[in-house]
Write a protein that binds this ligand. Structure first.
Ligand SMILES: [Fe+2]
Length: 620
C-alpha cells in the first residue's frame, strides 16, 4: 500500500487509542481521501475551521473533495441542529464527474473457500486500475497484484444501500488452494497526473477443510459491519434525505431495513489511519471534561475531519476484528475465519473446532449462527466472546441483511404467526423471537448499553471492577478483589452487555429476571446506561445518542411490560459484565465490551494475560 500511515504497516500501529487530535490530516492522507464525498458542511464546523481555511487557500475544500452530487444534500431541518456530529450529513457516493479521479469496488460475496472464483465489481473514472490483495493478520502480506485492468464508469442507483450498486463484473480471479484462511483486503488503485486514489474491497477466506488444522474459528462480525456501513447514505441507522431521511440518526423510523452487500465498504471500515480514535474515550485531565462541560464525542470529530465514515465507522474489520486477528496470530494461535452468514449454508461449520470466538462490535446475529453456536456448545464446544452490544436478530436473503428493528411488525414474516419468531427485531421481543441472548452468550444487550461516551458514564473508570478475582480466567493476571481491570485502555465502552444482578456479601449474583441462569458466574462489572443523561443543562442537540429514558421505553415495550414509572426505571441503568456460564457439555466465557480488543493492540498486560488464559484453556 502506498500510504504507510495505515495500521499494520509499521510499528506505530500500537498507538491506537484516544490520543490523536482531530484535524491531523497530512497531505498524503488527503490525496487518498479525495474521492470521499460530502464534506461541504465543514465550513460550518468550528472545530474544523483551521483545516477548512487551509484547504480554501488551496482552491477551496468544496472544489477539492466534495462531489457534485453531495453539495445539495443538507436539508433545511439540519439548520436546527447545531452540534458537530449532527451538522453534516456525510456519506460516500460516486461523483458523476469524469474529472474527479475515483475508484470503488466490491466483491460478489463476503466470504469464499479456496478454489472459489471471486467476482470483483469496479467503478472508476480512470481508464485503468490495479488491484493488490493483502492478507491482514500477524503481518500484512501482499499475495496478488494485477495491473492495467480496464476501468469503466457506471451509474450508481441512489438506493444502492438497499438494492446494491449493480455495477458489472470488472475482474475475476480464482482463489489458490494454498491461500490461508483469513481476512483479505483488495486495494483498488488508480493514478492520474501523479495523484493516487485508493479504495478497499474485502473478503473473508474460510479454510479448505474447516477445523482440520486449527482449534479456533474466528467469526467476523460481518452482520454488524453491514448494519453500520453507510456507502450510499443508508444504514441500519440512517437513510439519505432523498429517501425521506433527515440525515440525522433516528431510532424510530429513519433507517434502512435492508443492507445489501453489493456496494463498497465505507471508508475506514477495512483500513484506517494509525491512531484513529475509538468511540469510547476517557478524559485524562480535569480540563478534558470539567464541571459543566457538554458531552464530547472526539472520535466523531476525528472522522469528519479526516473524511472517514461518520459515526458509522463503529464497525468493520479495521475497527475491532483486526485487533484480535493480528494479536492472536502474532501470539502463535492458529485461527481460521468465517463470516456470520456462513452458518446459513454451512450449519455444521463448527463441528471440527474446539473454540469459537467473536470480538468487538457484535450487535446483529442471524438465527442460523445462534443455532450453530448453541448446538456446538451443548455438544462440548467452547465460546469466547470478547464483544459487546447483543441486540438484534437479523435475516439474510438475496445478498442483503434484513432488520426491521423497532418496526418489527412490518417485517413480512411477522404476518405469519408460525414464522413470527424469525422476524428481524430484538432477541427479547416478547411476541417474536422471545429468546434473551443470555442463554447463548451469558449476557443481555438490554442490560448495557452505553459507557464512556457522550453523556454515558463520561467520567467512569474505563475498566471493570473485579469481584471474583480467584476465578480461573484471572489466574495469570494477579488481580485483587476490587481492582480496576483495563481502565487505561479504556476497555469499557462504547457499547456493552450485562445482566441483572444483586450483591450478597460483597459478590454479585444474577437475579435471573432477565433470563440469566442462576449458576451464571459474574466475575467483574462496570456501570453503563441505556442512553445518555440529558438533564445536565445542555440543549438536546448537544447529545448525539439521546436520553436513556427513550431506550427504556423500547425495552419495556419489547418485553411486553406496562409502561409504569417503576418498569421504565428498571432499564435506565445497566452494566458491562464479565461472565462465565456452563451450557450442556460446553462453556461460554464473555467479556462484553467493544473495546477489549483495543487492549490487545495496546499490549495492556492484564488484557493480554486474561485473553491468553481463556484461549489456552478452551483449546486444551
Ligand atoms: Fe451498536
Amino acid at each position: 500500500m502506498s500510504d504507510k500511515k495505515y495500521e499494520n504497516e509499521n510499528e506505530a500501529a500500537e498507538d491506537t487509542g484516544q490520543e490523536t487530535e482531530a484535524g491531523a490530516v497530512d497531505s498524503g492522507r488527503r490525496s487518498v481521501l479525495k474521492s470521499a464525498a460530502g464534506v461541504s458542511a465543514l465550513g460550518a464546523l468550528g472545530a474544523l475551521g483551521a483545516e477548512t481555511a487551509k484547504a480554501q487557500q488551496k482552491g477551496g475544500l468544496t472544489d477539492a473533495i466534495v462531489s457534485p452530487l453531495q453539495r445539495d444534500r443538507f436539508p433545511p431541518s439540519q439548520g436546527a441542529r447545531n452540534w458537530l456530529t449532527n451538522a453534516a450529513y456525510w456519506y460516500e457516493f460516486p461523483s458523476n464527474d469524469p474529472d474527479d479521479l475515483e475508484v470503488w469496488g466490491y466483491t460478489d460475496k463476503l466470504s469464499y473457500a479456496p478454489g472459489d472464483e471471486v467476482a470483483l465489481h469496479v467503478n472508476t473514472t480512470a481508464d485503468n486500475y490495479e488491484i493488490e490483495i493483502y492478507r491482514d493478520g500477524a503481518e500484512l502480506v501482499s499475495v496478488h497484484t494485477a495491473k492495467s485492468l480496464k476501468g469503466a464508469y457506471h451509474e450508481t442507483p441512489i438506493d444502492c444501500y438497499e438494492k446494491g450498486c449493480g455495477w458489472p463484473v470488472s475482474h475475476r480471479f480464482t482463489i489458490p488452494n494454498d491461500w490461508k484462511s483469513g481476512s483479505y483486503i483488495i486495494v483498488l488503485r488508480v493514478e492520474r497526473d501523479g495523484q493516487v486514489i485508493e479504495q478497499d474491497a474485502w473478503f473473508a477466506l474460510r479454510a479448505k477443510r474447516p477445523g482440520a488444522d486449527a482449534d479456533i474459528l474466528f467469526v467476523l462480525s460481518t452482520a454488524t459491519w453491514l448494519a453500520y456501513t453507510d456507502f450510499g447514505g443508508g444504514s441500519a441507522y440512517r437513510i439519505p434525505p432523498e429517501k425521506g431521511g433527515g440525515g440525522m440518526e433516528s431510532r424510530d423510523t429513519a433507517y434502512a431495513t435492508r443492507q445489501r452487500i453489493h456496494r463498497p465498504w465505507a471508508r475506514g471500515f477495512i483500513r484506517q489511519p494509525v491512531g484513529t480514535p475509538s468511540w469510547a474515550w476517557k478524559p485524562r485531565r480535569y480540563e478534558d471534561f470539567p464541571i459543566g462541560s457538554p458531552p464530547r464525542y472526539p472520535s466523531t470529530e476525528y472522522y469528519l475531519a479526516n473524511g472517514l465514515s461518520f459515526k458509522n465507522m463503529l464497525a468493520g474489520w479495521a475497527n475491532y476484528d483486526a485487533h484480535f486477528a493480528r494479536w492472536a496470530e502474532r501470539e502463535g494461535y492458529t485461527i481460521e475465519y468465517a463470516s456470520q452468514f456462513d452458518f446459513i449454508d454451512l450449519p455444521d461449520l463448527l463441528d471440527n473446532y474446539k473454540l469459537v470466538v467473536a470480538v468487538g462490535h457484535d450487535e446483529y446475529v442471524p438465527p442460523e449462527q445462534r443455532n450453530a453456536f448453541d448446538k456446538f456448545v451443548e455438544a462440548g464446544g467452547k465460546l469466547a466472546r470478547f464483544a459487546g452490544n447483543l441486540n438484534w436478530q437479523v435475516r439474510f436473503e438475496d445478498n442483503a441483511q434484513i432488520c426491521y428493528k423497532h418496526q418489527h411488525e412490518k417485517d413480512p414474516v411477522w404476518a405469519d404467526p408460525s414464522k413470527r419468531h424469525l422476524a428481524s427485531t430484538w432477541w427479547h421481543q416478547h411476541d417474536g423471537a422471545n429468546n434473551p441472548p443470555v442463554t447463548t452468550w451469558g449476557v443481555n444487550g438490554h442490560k448495557g448499553v452505553y459507557a464512556m461516551v457522550g453523556g454515558a458514564t463520561p467520567r467512569g473508570a474505563g475498566g471493570f471492577t473485579v469481584y471474583r478475582n480467584k476465578h480461573w480466567a484471572f489466574a495469570d493476571a494477579d488481580l485483587y478483589y476490587g481492582d480496576i481491570l483495563g481502565g487505561s485502555v479504556p476497555v469499557i465502552g462504547s457499547e456493552v452487555d450485562g445482566v441483572e444482578y444483586t450483591f450478597r456479601y460483597g459478590l454479585p449474583y444474577p437475579t435471573g429476571e432477565d433470563g440469566a441462569p442462576m449458576d451464571l458466574e459474574i466475575l467483574a462489572l462496570a456501570p453503563a446506561t441505556a442512553g445518555e443523561e440529558t438533564d445536565h443543562g445542555h440543549p438536546p442537540e448537544a447529545h448525539f445518542i439521546g436520553p436513556s429514558e427513550r431506550d427504556a421505553v423500547q425495552y419495556v415495550d419489547t418485553l411486553g411490560l406496562e409502561q409504569t414509572p417503576e418498569n421504565l426505571d428498571k432499564f435506565v441503568r445497566g452494566c458491562a459484565a464479565i461472565t462465565n456460564m456452563k451450557k450442556g457439555k460446553g462453556e461460554v466465557f464473555c467479556i462484553c465490551t467493544l473495546q477489549w480488543v483495543l487492549g490487545l493492540t495496546q499490549r495492556e498486560p492484564f488484557v493480554e494475560a486474561i485473553t491468553r488464559t481463556v484461549l489456552n484453556r478452551y483449546t486444551a
